[in-house]
Ligand binder design. Structure first.
Ligand SMILES: Nc1nc2c(ncn2[C@@H]2O[C@H](COP(=O)(O)OP(=O)(O)OP(=O)(O)O)[C@@H](O)[C@H]2O)c(=O)[nH]1
Length: 369
């Protein structure tokens, strides 16, 4: 079924991080693929709901906007359904959609459009969220802008631009910082948007899959780079989670690792409000308890839960249970059977804003059979 869905990719990243550069590059390289681009430029005047199709090989769609958080969803929704309708009627021909968000946007509402709206969900499949991070300016942006932190939290894949402008040690420290914010997203350097298409499209970052690769070292205590401060501390609560109360959301996929770095003596401590943690257990979950617990948790913390995902060992089935969510929206599915050679265990990762890690971890413990 999903073969008939049009894949969509969201490209996000703070102002000047290289989104357009990457996209241009991809558009020129994507031979054989017709890509519809939806540009969501902040502050742009042109309010034409009706799509403006440029006269090039790719169709470029300019989407107007206002407050991104509040209005884009409607604009995007109608743009996407118009696109799908035109494709159905063979008035427009394209294979996939790329949405470039403004650098100031929270990608949450954009991604949620793909789940919340039936018409959109019937035609499109959110493939992944790609986040560009400017190596030169990221630290400051992450320190001062919550949108920048959220963009990292939502990423399925992180591309680091301008890495040639910084020292290797600084790049390393940045990668480390990003990884603590989002351990699931692989990080890759890009030089002026030069990337292999395979690392941009069909990542299936949002699909349920039975893999959840997280660096085992990620869980290790942080002595190696501590100077007294802890990295994950959840003691502060004053960062709010959101201007508009719509939420933002999604989930996804894979994570790989970068074997390269492990100890960062030069590491510096950021008290990022976007943080992640992992739950692991070799004991099976009691499905009813888990459902109740998670249901309650998302009621309370949903707005702060950017993305969460897990491969679960569940009592009563010999299959893996794959679960994931985006803010309040949560879903699960049966995956493949556990192999006899495989160790049955649950792994879950939570990425969010000031999430109450201890409450979540002990609550999950309480759901074990
Ligand atoms: N040195 C260096 N500059 C880069 C790299 N990638 C992009 N740039 C430059 O960074 C500037 C911003 O790039 P854009 O692609 O316009 O960034 P953007 O994210 O689309 O910017 P906004 O639309 O303002 O959010 C441009 O001058 C690019 O040429 C890189 O890898 N290295």
């Amino acid at each position: 079924m999903s073969d008939t869905l049009i894949p969509a990719t969201i490209v996000t990243g703070f102002l000047g991080s290289g989104k357009t550069t990457l996209l241009k590059r991809v558009l020129t390289e994507a031979h054989g693929q017709k890509i519809a681009v939806i540009e969501n430029e902040f502050g742009e005047e042109n309010i034409d709901n009706d799509i403006l199709v440029a006269d090039t090989e790719e169709q470029i769609i300019q989407l107007s906007n206002g407050c991104v958080c509040c209005t884009i969803r409607e604009d995007l929704r109608s743009t996407l359904s118009t696109l799908a309708a035109k494709k159905r009627k063979s008035e427009l021909d394209f294979d996939r959609v790329v949405i470039e968000t403004t650098g100031l946007a929270d990608p949450g509402p954009v991604a949620q459009t793909f789940f919340m709206d039936d018409e959109v969900a019937e035609s499109f499949l959110l493939d992944s969220i790609l986040t560009l991070v400017d190596a030169k300016h990221a630290n400051e942006q992450l320190d001062t802008r919550q949108e920048a932190r959220r963009q990292v939290g939502f990423a399925d894949q992180i591309f680091i631009s301008k890495s040639e402008l910084v020292e290797p040690a600084a790049l390393d420290a940045l990668m480390h910082r990003l990884k603590h914010m989002n351990p699931r997203a692989p990080q890759q350097r890009v030089h002026f948007g030069e990337v292999d298409l395979a690392s941009v499209f069909d990542l299936r970052g949002f699909n349920l899959n039975a893999k959840l690769e997280i660096d085992p070292d990620f869980l290790k205590p942080e002595e190696t780079h501590a100077h007294g401060h802890k990295h994950h501390d959840h003691t502060h609560c004053d960062h709010d989670h959101g201007h508009c109360d719509h939420d933002h959301g999604h989930e996804h996929g894979h994570n790989h690792e970068h074997g390269e770095h492990c100890q960062h003596p030069h590491h510096h401590h950021h008290d990022d409000d976007v943080k992640s943690f992992v739950f692991r257990s070799d004991k099976a979950f009691n499905p009813a308890k888990l459902e109740d617990f998670l249901g309650a948790i998302v009621q309370v913390y949903g707005p702060k839960m950017l993305r969460y995902k897990g491969v679960l060992y569940m009592k009563g089935t010999d299959k893996k249970v794959i679960f994931q969510g985006v803010h309040q929206l949560m879903g699960s599915d049966l995956g493949p059977k556990w192999l006899p050679s495989e160790k049955k265990q649950s792994k879950m990762v939570f990425i969010g804003i000031d999430l109450p890690k201890e409450i979540l971890l002990s609550g999950l413990e309480g759901c074990l059979a």
